[in-house]
Design a protein around this ligand. Sequence first.
Ligand SMILES: Cc1ncc(COP(=O)(O)O)c(C=O)c1O
Length: 444
Amino acid sequence: MAPSSSLAEAHAAELERFAQQHPRSRELFERAQGSLVSGVPMTWMAKWVGGHPVYAASARGARITDVDGHEYVDFALGDTGAMAGHSPAATVAAVQRRLADDGGATLMLPTEDAAWVGEELARRFGVPLWSFALTATDANRWALRLCRAITRRPYVLVFNFCYHGSVDETFVTTAGSRAGNVGPPVDPTTTTRVAEFNDLDAVERLLADEQVACVLTEPALTNIGIVLPEAGFLDGLRAACDRTGTLLVADETHTFSAGPGGCTRAWGLSPDVVTIGKAIAGGIPIGAYGVSAELGARVEALEGADLVDVGGVGGTLAGNPLSLAAARATLAHVLTDDAFARMTALCDRFVAGVRGALAERGVPWSIVQLGARAELAFAPEPPRTGGESAALHDAAVEDFLHLFLLNRGVLITPFHNMALMSPATTEADVDRHTEVFHEAVRLL
Ligand SMILES: Cc1ncc(COP(=O)(O)O)c(C=O)c1O
């Protein structure tokens, strides 16, 4: 949508305010033009509103302080990487112990923490055998390779507008190769079939010829707004996979927000593979995939598959002692059952605050919640599919909202309109968002 002149004026005023308040960030951004691609350490950081990112000085709990001295309530939380809060004490202590006291960040040898984390993830997600990566992207990549190797089938099935990290096979929409896909090795429509989420007929049709190795999906889509599964969809998906000998991979990287064992445990799902990353080591890089006992046996029985050297599933730093020490501490002491109960209650409060503001002004938007995570959608009813959700995108409104919040000390994720609660988030933090959101809605 083209911005209305009043929205454009309000946005220009916010840009002016941002520029005045962030001279030091601006200086650092200008300096970085000479040494960093797009002036940022990772190109997506250029997406922050305001013309350049705010440079961080420090972060603790649910707060970030920038180099110009402003403090923010952080609902972006590293797009889930910091769902445990920034530098939680138990994780910091474990990392310090591993790195400074015990010594050894990367050893080529397992440590006891690995078995503990495997057992804990098995307890939470119900699949018994785990392997580690450094990112959720790699966990997904390796899971896809294993599924193809085991089933000896060529295709994967994903849902329209899914995101699972920079995994080649997933950049496909129902309209073909996804717009903007950078240098794919092959046209991903040759590796991947696509259905709309919640469209069981399409799934059944695409699995019918038994050529699909696995379905890779989040139990609820979270990367095109939140799209929740309709009643019966996930059961139908499981049944369609069973009928056709297709494996089912649940990517819980974001849907972990639903509870201590993600949607898998909260909704009683039974995927063959669970992949996860981001939050489980309190912000220290990690990824993981877990497989059922049956699948584990099939992996071990694979003939001619090089699982220990150059076979395409592995990384030198994967499974390193530092990641696993951080994961053990984070799972044991930070992202606990009690913490999830508090985070979800805070998110209930967040959602109620947003609904109150929308109702007060008669704004026809909705907000969808998945445990500790919530996402605004610019329509009165939440979208049912990725395609529907993509069509709701409104860059002008979204950019204004993000900048308005940021200028008043509230960060939401730079991608779409997501807010996440951490164990360190407080009711006062949530109420600050509600207050600023009310103001924004009044202006809009
Ligand atoms: C559902 C899901 N899976 C996997 C990933 C990839 O995570 P990472 O970028 O940490 O590898 C993401 C990233 O946003 C994600 O949303």
